[in-house]
Ligand binder design. Structure first.
Ligand code: PDD
Length: 275
């Protein structure tokens, strides 16, 4: 079942208007929630970010947080999803194509859930990545539908035989195409500060909390491509990925070329937070 236009309908009946601003402007926002044991993980943090994204682009959310919770609950119940994810997007609405905000339109909510297992193999063996200039706009903190930068990056990684891209702006490392990046340098975890250049990841916040609980030194500080190349460990964090070790960057092994001890410790600590 899919939630679209104020109701839950079978997939075969779900349709959207060709005039939806999501199509021609990417004028909308989204969230991806992880579902563990039939429950949304860190739901409040996702709602917080959704509200922040909406506020920043002047989009009035058509539902309260409680109503959104009810909608997602009805979706999970109808699909009986135990482990998986929920995709939710809200576009500004349906109106003839004009760049400025149309008057009197109601935002359109689309939400559905998908069953999927945790990416355990990838979490164990790690991924290889390439570095590329960050070609996105300057409000990467907003989870908006404009994902062409990420789409192009992911495709280029695939064509180069890699799994993902690490972005940098003039040599300062930011994040990955659809996840945050952390490295271990001189025993401490480093990650880009949560400003306008990265998405303020829900998983990133959980992992930073875990470093404090585990007594692992961690700093939110921008670092260069040179520092990245000297990292003892590197890993990415994201809702569907959790914590995935990065074992090769631009063809060179990271540390020993296998997942490192800090990464594995944080993976274990993360696992302990799951229901
Ligand atoms: N991606 N950075 C970017 C650019 C992202 O798109 C995402 C999430 C993250 C990680 O954020 P979180 O831990 O809150 O999932 C960081 C989602 C999952 C996606 O676009 O599918």
């Amino acid at each position: 079942m899919i939630w679209i236009d104020d109701r839950l309908v079978p997939e075969s009946e779900a349709s959207v208007s060709y005039l939806d601003r999501g199509y021609y402007f990417g004028d909308g926002i989204y969230e991806v929630f992880r579902v563990y044991g039939g429950q949304l993980y860190e739901a409040e943090a996702h709602y917080d970010r959704l509200e922040r994204s909406a506020g920043a682009i002047g989009l009035r959310l058509p539902y309260t947080r409680k109503e959104l919770g009810g909608i997602l609950r009805s979706l999970l119940d109808s699909e009986q999803v135990q482990d998986g994810s929920v995709y939710m997007q809200i576009t500004r609405g349906v109106a003839p194509r004009a760049h400025d905000f149309p008057a009197g339109v109601r935002p359109v909510l689309l939400a559905y859930c998908t069953a999927s297992a945790r990416p355990l193999a990838m979490m164990r063996t790690g991924v290889s990545v390439i570095t590329r200039p960050d070609i996105r706009w300057l409000r990467c903190d907003l989870k908006t539908l404009n994902l062409l930068g990420s789409v192009l990056a992911k495709q280029e990684a695939k064509e180069q035989g890699a799994d993902d891209v690490i972005w940098h702006r003039d040599g300062t490392v930011t994040e990955c195409s659809a996840s945050n990046l952390m490295i271990v340098k001189d025993g401490a975890v480093l990650t880009h500060p949560a400003n306008h250049l990265i998405l303020h990841g829900v998983t990133r916040a959980v992992v930073l909390r875990l470093t404090r609980e585990q007594g692992i030194a961690a700093e939110e500080r921008a670092f260069s491509l040179e520092t990245l190349a000297q990292a003892e460990e590197a890993f990415l964090t994201g809702t569907t990925m959790e914590i995935v070790p990065i074992v090769r960057i631009d063809g060179m092994p990271v540390g020993g070329g296998v997942p490192g001890p800090v990464t594995r410790r944080l993976q274990q600590a993360f696992e302990a937070t799951l229901p």
